[in-house]
Design a protein around this ligand. Structure first.
Ligand SMILES: [Zn+2]
Length: 454
């Protein structure tokens, strides 16, 4: 209404008055990005009710608890296990010996070789330092004992609040693998285990797609009428199982991680892949469509390339984006959240997302979560997709990692956005604070919420 009463010249003048001068763009973008609360759409973090193995002020620990946090967990994170084996090779420290050590000894070993005797330059090392610093601890300590006392004094639930405040995250999305007995038993024993206003659940169902006969045997054990072949009865029972668990968890989407050789349609000679395809087409995607929930596919991880490194032994491989395109085309009533592990797949994924509104590329996953690659991928996504993508997720497995993952990613986003706005401003199109607030809100929160609601 206001616009209609102003002349064109007055409107242009008004816009000009709120436009950000070129030399002020970066600090304004930085301030807006820092203030935007984040919806973290993929982590492996848990509510305190899942138990924690970490010593804390409540005096209660659970050796198989799932809520991981604190310096011991940060320093023994699998990225750092892989990195310490670059410095102290298996010829000097056999893997089986390292795995026999208590976690505190593993942590001391990693701290000594990666943080004290060498400069901690890798992204995973720098992340630990950023986190310690933001918690108010001195990252120059020669021994971890100085930090251990600090974490042992924390109350797990209050510590979650502190980490969420420091990282400015408003919601943490869990990953809840229902075929993991430890996790499943906790949901069955306590139906409120996932109820925490700070967290959302996600039903993770890898074995259904990757090894249906094995998943079917488990489902049969749990009382579902499922057999190793995906018959009509088996499919109905898989759908019943999925719906029960989606309800139990109050999950916001379903998710799977897939190897680089995932193909849709599956190779006709690969019976395991064909069974997975039937379950995908006839059970998983129909359930997602009925519930209007996205199906998340994380594609490109080769598991246990070096089995002796355990979780640290997985690698990345080039996947098939055409398979993603075919799924988006054949299932227009479904929504696909997709992230891919290989740098080589990123361009084709962007191009595919230009063709399919039901495809939402998200995050810079795992080995891509490094500033140089986040910069490259985010820039490319802006150039090909405008602001219609989700630039990042934390993938944090250790609560405290939220602090560094978001601090580092926000810095990259500020640089990429500033460059982008500078280039637009060069055309004469003014950039206002409102433009920036609108874009940043979409990127760090709104695009995901809108995709869920769509
Ligand atoms: Zn993950």
């Amino acid at each position: 209404m206001v616009g209609s009463t102003l002349t064109k010249e007055q409107t242009t003048n008004m816009k000009r008055s709120t436009a950000i001068p070129a030399d002020q763009l970066k600090p304004v973008v930085a301030q807006i990005v820092a203030h935007q609360k984040i919806y973290d759409l993929h982590t492996h973090l848990y509510t305190p009710r899942f138990g924690t193995p970490v010593a804390n002020s409540t005096g209660k620990t659970d050796p198989t608890g799932l809520m991981l946090w604190g310096v011991e967990e940060l320093v023994t994170y699998h990225y750092l296990v892989a990195e310490v084996y670059r410095v102290v090779p298996a010829s000097k420290l056999p893997y089986e010996e390292f795995w026999k050590w208590p976690k505190s000894r593993q942590a001391d070993h990693i701290w000594k070789y990666l943080f004290v005797e060498n400069t901690p330059v890798s992204e995973a090392c720098r992340g630990v330092l950023t986190t310690l610093g933001k918690l108010g601890l001195d990252p120059n300590e020669k021994h971890l004992d100085a930090y251990r006392d600090y974490f042992a004094r924390q109350n797990p639930s209050q510590y979650i609040d502190k980490v969420m405040e420091l990282s400015n995250v408003h919601t943490i999305t869990m990953t809840n693998p229902v075929f993991d007995d430890n996790e499943r038993d906790r949901w069955l024993a306590d139906k409120t285990v996932g109820s925490d206003p700070r967290f959302k659940a996600v039903l993770r169902i890898d074995p259904l797609l990757r090894n249906f006969p094995q998943a079917a045997a488990k489902l049969a054990d749990w009382g579902y009428q499922v057999h190793g072949d995906p018959s009509a009865q088996s499919i109905d029972e898989v759908k019943r199982f999925l719906n029960q668990w989606l309800d139990r968890q109050d999950a916001i989407y379903m998710a799977v991680s897939l190897p680089p050789d995932f193909r849709y349609p599956a190779n006709q000679t690969d019976t395991l892949a064909l069974a997975g395809q039937t379950i995908l087409e006839k059970a998983i995607l129909p359930v997602c469509a009925e519930r209007k929930m996205p199906f998340a596919m994380m594609i490109g991880s080769n598991l246990r390339t070096q089995p002796e490194l355990r979780d640290a032994g997985d690698t990345s491989g080039i996947s098939d984006v055409a398979s993603v395109a075919r799924l988006c085309r054949d299932f227009p009533g479904n929504k696909f959240l997709v992230t891919m592990l290989a740098r080589e797949n990123q361009h084709e994924l962007c191009v595919t997302a230009r063709k399919f509104g039901n495809l939402m590329p998200f995050g810079c996953w795992w080995f891509l979560n490094n500033p140089s690659l986040i910069t490259e991928i985010t820039q490319m996504r802006f150039e090909l997709l405008g602001t219609s993508f989700i630039p990042q997720h934390s993938d944090a497995r250790i609560l405290d990692q939220l602090v560094y993952k978001w601090d580092h990613s926000r810095k990259v986003l500020v640089n990429v956005l500033t460059d982008m706005y500078t280039r637009i401003a060069e055309t004469g199109r003014l950039i206002t604070r409102e433009d920036i607030v609108h874009d940043v809100e979409k990127l760090l929160n709104g695009n995901f919420q809108a995709f869920l609601a769509q």
